[in-house]
Ligand binder design. Sequence first.
Ligand SMILES: O=C(O)C(=O)C[C@]1(C(=O)O)C=C[C@@H](O)C=C1
Length: 98
Amino acid sequence: MCNPNKINIETSLDKYREEIDLIDSQIINLFEQRIEVAVKVAEYKKENKMNILQGKREEEVIKKALSELKNMEYSEYAKELMNLLMNISKEVQKDKIK
Ligand SMILES: O=C(O)C(=O)C[C@]1(C(=O)O)C=C[C@@H](O)C=C1
């Protein structure tokens, strides 16, 4: 005999995973768009002899991102995510303009 509760648990897990898949696909699309803009910024920086690292701008990006958060419990994780995104931008920019 199968346990109907187990079926329910699996069904809701599948639903949550479908939700995560949808969110991941949006994140990956936005991630790609962000990188493509960072590549354009790299070209601008090269033409204008600017440093790849823009510390003041990074502070602003983090501040702005945190101001969008509804649950401040996640602020350290959000900060970690933004720092990771900017580190990836800088890596891509270095590759593009070296
Ligand atoms: O604004 C810039 O100058 C960028 O290159 C973009 C970006 C980012 O990913 O947000 C990347 C590197 C800089 O240090 C600051 C910000």
